[in-house]
Design a protein around this ligand. Structure first.
Ligand SMILES: *Cc1c(COP(=O)(O)O)cnc(C)c1O
Length: 413
């Protein structure tokens, strides 16, 4: 799949480093035969939902996370939405803008006002000092995010939430397997919500998992995912169908059993990336606190155009010519998206977020990625930098008004 290096980047006429296309990620999955036998058993039993596999998946996930309750749902999006609903949040909720849109959507679906605050320049996670400064008498909660799996400042945020009587909820979509001060995340705040969709590290096809230590919240969430009742059709709250299917739970169980092994392989790829790209001028990476473990849902570099010689967008285009897919996570940042126009803070209020939205680039990473592919990406980035001046000139003359093209973002619902 990888071509021998011949110097020049493909965008200048060299041979592309990848023959075909290297995707940004691939799910690392169990063997088809094992999954087929699970599905055959489920079909033979006839119980497609609310069955023993969902219960077993919840039990094993709770044990892995070291948390009392794990509630499986159909997605992380709906999990976040139901947590906000079941906690009875009102008014304003403080959250980072350097995140995936679903963090904020959970608030809008509940009629809550998102108050965006900046992230830290080193960890790329919500800045507790900025969160503290945004608290008003109308604030009911802080929604934090473990961005790319890097644990956010859980101790500081827990103390802050306690001091002001706020709920702390963590969007842990990226972070199943992450560790904070040596312990798995999942049990901090009122709840932490994981995603099990195919681009995440732990996969169930589609799915979400809510970790909580609060038995009352867990009970309400179990009702909320089942229309709002506890099996007796007497709804205590206005719920929804957010159940996980037995097929998804079966896949989740197999992937959970392989998680540590896959994470270890994944982190080796990341160390290789960091060792070989971290030293390039103009390339920096997210800081993970000593003692913490990130899952690296994505491996993302920050490209400083002055030192690198080329900006993030040009690097992405030059890598595409090599057959290497990238993602501009998170551009536009949530506060700059059209659906959030009414909640946009004054210009310049989120400088670190805006900087990352403009400069961050996620590179291909998956747990079973062949080391040769990592090497090909590294060599491509290095070659593009060696020829940065020529690459910039070629791209600029090909697309003179590229920077002026409007963003094509779906309109608000
Ligand atoms: C993927 C993702 C979600 C949504 O997860 P789904 O399971 O697809 O609903 C939420 N938050 C973040 C930060 C994500 O990356």
């Amino acid at each position: 799949m990888t071509a021998p290096q011949d110097g020049k980047p493909a965008v200048l006429g060299g041979t592309p480093r990848i023959t075909g296309n290297l995707p940004i990620t691939r799910p690392t999955l169990p063997g088809g035969a094992e999954v087929a036998s699970d599905v055959a058993e489920i079909i033979a039993g006839g119980q497609l939902t609310n069955g023993e596999r969902v219960a077993a998946f919840e039990e094993r996930a709770a044990a892995y996370l070291g948390v009392e309750h794990a509630v499986a749902v159909s997605s992380c999006s709906i999990g976040l939405l139901l947590v906000a609903r079941c906690l009875g949040l009102e008014g304003e909720v403080i959250l980072p803008s350097y995140t995936f849109c679903a963090t904020a959507h959970a608030l809008l679906w509940n009629g809550l006002v998102p108050v965006f605050v900046d992230c830290r320049a080193d960890t790329w996670n919500i800045d507790p000092a900025r969160a503290a400064a945004a608290i008003t008498p109308r604030t009911s909660a802080i929604f934090a995010v473990h961005v790319f799996g890097n644990p956010c400042a859980l101790d500081e945020l827990t103390a802050l939430a306690r001091r002001h009587g706020l709920a702390l909820v963590v969007d842990a979509a990226h972070a199943f397997g992450s560790r904070y001060a040596g312990r798995p995340v999942g049990g901090w705040g009122a709840a932490e919500v994981f995603s099990l969709s195919p681009t995440k590290v732990l996969v169930a096809g589609e799915g979400g998992l809510i970790g909580t230590r609060d038995p009352r919240l867990a009970e309400r969430l179990r009702m909320a995912r089942n229309y709002g009742h506890a099996g007796d059709y007497d709804c205590r709250l206005c719920g929804v169908n957010a159940r996980m299917t037995e097929m998804n739970a079966a896949l989740g169980l197999r992937c959970l059993a392989a998680l540590e092994e896959n994470l270890e392989r994944r982190l080796h790829r990341v160390w290789e990336y960091v060792a070989r790209l971290g030293g390039l001028p103009g390339v920096s990476v997210q800081r993970v606190r000593p003692g913490d473990r990130s899952t690296y849902k994505d491996f993302t570099i920050r490209v400083d155009e002055r030192a690198f010689g080329l900006d993030r967008d040009d690097l992405a285009q030059a890598l595409a010519a090599e057959g290497i897919a990238t993602k501009k996570y998170y551009h536009p940042a949530v506060h700059d998206q059209q659906a959030y126009r009414a909640f946009r803070p004054p210009a310049g209020r989120l400088p670190v977020t805006s900087d990352l939205a403009r400069r961050a680039l996620s590179l291909p990473l998956y747990s079973h990625m062949p080391p040769a592919e990592v090497a090909a990406v590294v060599e491509a980035v290095a070659a593009i930098q060696r020829y940065a001046g020529d690459v910039a000139g070629t791209l600029q003359s090909a697309r003179p008004n590229r920077k002026g093209v409007a963003l094509n973002v779906p309109a608000a619902m």
